[in-house]
Structures are given as structure tokens and as C-alpha cells.
Design a protein around this ligand. Structure first.
Ligand code: AMP
Ligand code: ZN
Length: 112
């Protein structure tokens, strides 16, 4: 499948990987929007939140465990934001489900 994040998760495209296991991969965003900005993706291809079902949702809980672990490891004691963009109106540009984790500065709300 011609999918950028499948290729990153399979190591066929290089990236700055922070953590991986059999289910998920976490790597630094190539265009960081905060001092800490990494992405966490399931290794299995899921297009977006819209494609989450009872069959594949187990990995989502695991992704949040990994996020909590990595944010502690990165020292984000002041807090952080987890964002997933879905579809065109949500601003999704890569069609493989991913969770942005942003931290290291105060983040405005609501987003634009
Ligand atoms: P979204 O707009 O929510 O689909 O987010 C896609 C994110 O992927 C953006 O923040 C991009 O900077 C990031 N991105 C695109 N290509 C790469 C890459 N090769 N390695 C790491 N991050 C990437
Ligand atoms: Zn994919």
C-alpha cells in the first residue's frame, strides 16, 4: 500500500522513531509545531478515526498508554495536547490514523 506512515512503521522510510512495539510506532513530526511534537500511529493501516470499529479499537487504548509513557519520559510535566485530525475538514493530510502529541509550550485553545 502506498501509505507514508505504513512505510515509516515498516522502516522503509527513515524517521526519528521514539518508541515502537508490535502494535504501534511513535516518531518525531518532521515539521514540529511545538518544542515536543511527535506522532503515534498503529502499525496496522487505519485511515482515520472514522474507520475505528469494535474490531480494531483495542490499539487505541494502547496508543494512549504509549503516549502517557512517552510524555513522562520526555518530561512534559506542565501538560501537553493530543490531537487527531480526521478528514478534509479536520485538516488530515496523511491518510493513516495518527495522534499528534504537542508539548513544551503553552498551547492556545480553541485551535484555528
Ligand atoms: P495531519 O495534517 O494531521 O494529517 O498530520 C500529518 C503530519 O505528518 C504533519 O504534522 C506533518 O508534518 C507530518 N509528516 C509528514 N511527513 C512526515 C514524515 N516523513 N515524517 C514525520 N512526520 C511527517
Ligand atoms: Zn498506512
Amino acid at each position: 500500500m502506498d501509505c507514508l506512515f505504513c512505510k515509516i512503521a515498516a522502516h522503509s522510510i527513515p524517521s526519528a522513531i521514539l518508541y515502537e512495539d508490535d502494535q504501534v510506532c511513535a516518531f518525531k513530526d518532521i515539521d514540529p509545531q511545538a518544542p515536543t511534537h511527535f506522532l503515534v500511529v498503529p502499525k496496522a493501516h487505519i485511515q482515520s478515526v472514522d474507520e475505528i470499529t469494535s474490531q480494531n479499537s483495542g490499539v487505541i487504548a494502547h496508543i494512549y498508554e504509549v503516549i502517557a509513557m512517552l510524555c513522562k519520559e520526555q518530561g512534559l510535566t506542565g501538560g501537553y495536547r493530543v490531537v487527531t485530525n480526521c478528514g478534509a475538514d479536520g485538516g488530515q493530510t496523511v491518510g493513516h490514523l495518527h495522534f499528534h502529541v504537542l508539548g513544551g509550550r503553552s498551547l492556545a485553545w480553541p485551535p484555528g
